[in-house]
Structures are given as structure tokens and as C-alpha cells.
Design a protein around this ligand. Structure first.
Ligand code: EPU
Length: 329
């Protein structure tokens, strides 16, 4: 039995734990199992495990290939699913390649990054991802999915939508740039750069700036169990937003095409739930969108707490929060 790594630090084990270092191993490794039962794990940093024992096969990638080619001012990378995401960010930033520096310090693996289209500080992986090499569990073949095929949206993709999902991510291809192109669209990052840095910035400086900003707000999962934002920021229709703004004129928002994205952290705070604790679980006092595990041993306690938060936010604002974290039942 293997302990399932998870950043919520709940106790859970797997009876069938599979790992792979090279794509060639996949067909033989996975052949014995019905494809619908296979669970794919990255580093367990965006997952809530509800059971203490899993009998389904769980597969984790240890494939750490990293290849790149530079043509003019473009850098084309091929990175194995088992590469640690933040190591990739640091590597690219040190090379002076632009494109993923704002995604610095996000926990997890490269293979998990496209699943929820990781995003932070004004960037999302979909902006630099060109294609994904997948192993189709159902057809038992390798195939390429182009960026468009992945149906990326805010914290969402084809891989998250399909249930069961037949695509195991083997490697991702990214296109970065050697041309100066800092993205300071996010207010906190812009302020930080203006205060502490002098242009022209380097990707490494931006990556470090993001790391510092994150560390001020977000708990380190190795110190305090958490999986980052537990819920997504809700996208409201014009009508929903207008009604809410009449009641709460100070509500912060970001216009996204025809929708209005409002910070779930604000809703949680205004509902009086910032920093609360119950049964060893709480909302993080500096960023209440993060649910933290003080001393709960099982995922159900965390799940129940989160459902209470969701219910109370709904009662206060009529807004139903969607989970960002993935729950393994
Ligand atoms: N806010 C409050 N109270 C708080 C904290 C925040 O009202 O205690 C409000 C403020 O209005 C603030 C706004 O929430 O301006 C946004 O807060 P923040 O910049 O911390 O970002 P967020 O929207 O809560 C999102 C991502 C994070 C990402 C940051 C930075 C989602 C679900 N979360 O959080 O991603 O790091 O932006 O880009 O979109 C993650 O996905 O796990 C994650 C941490």
C-alpha cells in the first residue's frame, strides 16, 4: 500500500499505485485495468481525498523529459508530465524566456497544469501551450491534442469536463519568447514592480516578485495543509451582477466579455467567514478562499466545512460557488 501524496495532508492510501518514467511503459502498465477506473494524480496539490483507502489504480508520472529548440525569438519546449511545474518556471526564467514567469510558485506537476488551465497574476497556461501529448486510455494509443482541442477556459479544460476522462497527459509543448514582454496587468504585481524593481525587468525578477506576493497571502502547503483556492471566482451574468451591486455597491469585479467575475474571497469575507475554524478546518485568515487543514485527518471533514461555506455564501448573496479543487470520492 502506498500513501497518496496530497497537499491537504489528509491520510489516504492506494492499493494499486502505478508510476512511469517513460511513455513506452504506459501501454503495458495500464493494460490490466478497465480504463474508466484509472485515476490520474499529479503531485496531489489540487485534490481532496474523501476516502482513506482507494482500490482503483492510481497512476503518477515520473517522466521528467525537457527538450527545447530556439528559432529566432521563439522557444519551443517539450516537457514531461512528471516535471515539477515550478522547477520549469525557474529554469525558463533563468534562461530569460518570457511566458510563464507569472505562474511562478504554483505547486504541482507539468502534467497537471493544463487540467485546470493554471492561472495567476494575469496569465494562464493556455496562452503559451501549443499542444499536449496524451495517452488515450480507452483506445490505448498516443495522440496529440492542439491547444484548441483542449477547450481551455477559466480553471477548466476538456480533461476536467470529460467524466471519465480518457486522456492521460504525457507531455506538454509550450511556446515561450526571448522578446521582452512582461505582463503586469495584475494590480498587485504592477504595484510590486513599481515599488521594488527598475525596468527593464527580467523574467526571473517577475517570477521572484510573484513568489513574494504569493507567500504573503497563501499558506505554504508543506507547513499548513491546503490546495490553494478551494472555489473558483464566480462569473455572474449582467442581471445577477446588477442585482448584487444594488445591494452591495462596493463589490469588486472584473469584467470578462459579457460576464462579471467577482472574487469569491470577498463573498466569503463579507459573509463573516474569514479566518473561521471548525473541527480542525478553517478559512485562511489572510486569504479566505483557501481552506486550510489545521488538524483534520480525513478529507470528509474538509469537504463538510467547505460545503458549509458554500451554503452560507449562497444564503448571503444568492451566489453558488463552484469547486476549484477536485474531489476524489
Ligand atoms: N479579497 C477579499 N478578502 C481577502 C482576500 C481577497 O475581499 O481576504 C478580494 C479582494 O477584492 C481582492 C480579490 O479578492 O482584490 C482578489 O484576491 P487575490 O488577488 O488574492 O486573488 P483571488 O481572486 O482570490 C485568484 C486565483 C489564485 C491566484 C490569484 C492571483 C482563483 C480561484 N484563484 O485568487 O489562484 O493565485 O488570483 O492571480 O482564480 C489557485 O488557483 O489555487 C490560486 C491560488
Amino acid at each position: 500500500m502506498t500513501i497518496i501524496p496530497n497537499s491537504f495532508q489528509v491520510q489516504a492510501k492506494a492499493t494499486k499505485w502505478l508510476t512511469w518514467k517513460h511513455p513506452q511503459q504506459l501501454p503495458t502498465l495500464l493494460k490490466p485495468y478497465p480504463w474508466q477506473t484509472i485515476k490520474i494524480l499529479g503531485e496531489g496539490t489540487n485534490i481532496l481525498l474523501l476516502k482513506s483507502l482507494y482500490h482503483e489504480p492510481i497512476i503518477q508520472s515520473h517522466y521528467k523529459a525537457l527538450h527545447y529548440k530556439i528559432t529566432k525569438d521563439e522557444v519551443h519546449l517539450f516537457v514531461g508530465a512528471g516535471y515539477h511545474w515550478d522547477d520549469l518556471v525557474q529554469f525558463c526564467a533563468r534562461q530569460h524566456w518570457w511566458g510563464i514567469e507569472n505562474l511562478s510558485a504554483i505547486p504541482g506537476s507539468v502534467g497537471a497544469a493544463p487540467i485546470q488551465n493554471i492561472g495567476a497574476y494575469g496569465s494562464e497556461i493556455k496562452e503559451v501551450l501549443t499542444k499536449v501529448l496524451v495517452y488515450n486510455l480507452k483506445k490505448q494509443t498516443f495522440q496529440w491534442l492542439k491547444n484548441q482541442d483542449c477547450q481551455f477556459q477559466y480553471r477548466d479544460s476538456l480533461f476536467k469536463q470529460l467524466n471519465p476522462n480518457p486522456f492521460l497527459i504525457v507531455a506538454v509543448c509550450l511556446q515561450l519568447s526571448t522578446r521582452y514582454r512582461p505582463n503586469l496587468s495584475y494590480k498587485d504585481l504592477k504595484h510590486y514592480a513599481e515599488q521594488y524593481l527598475t525596468p527593464p525587468y527580467t523574467p526571473y525578477q517577475i517570477a521572484q516578485a510573484v513568489r513574494t506576493i504569493r507567500a504573503k497571502k497563501l499558506p505554504d502547503p508543506t507547513q499548513l495543509g491546503n490546495a490553494g483556492s478551494f472555489f473558483k471566482n464566480p462569473l455572474l451574468t449582467q442581471q445577477q451582477f446588477t442585482q448584487l451591486k444594488q445591494r452591495f455597491p462596493s463589490i469588486p469585479y472584473f469584467k470578462e466579455q459579457t460576464k462579471y467575475k467577482i472574487p469569491a474571497a470577498w463573498l466569503i469575507e463579507k459573509a463573516g467567514l474569514k479566518g473561521i475554524r471548525k473541527n480542525g478546518v478553517g478559512t485562511y485568515p489572510k486569504q479566505p478562499l483557501v481552506i486550510v487543514n489545521y488538524h483534520a485527518h480525513n478529507g470528509k471533514a474538509i469537504y463538510n466545512f467547505a460545503m458549509e461555506i458554500r451554503k452560507k455564501v449562497y444564503e448571503a448573496f444568492g451566489v453558488w460557488l463552484e469547486l476549484e479543487v477536485r474531489v476524489w470520492e
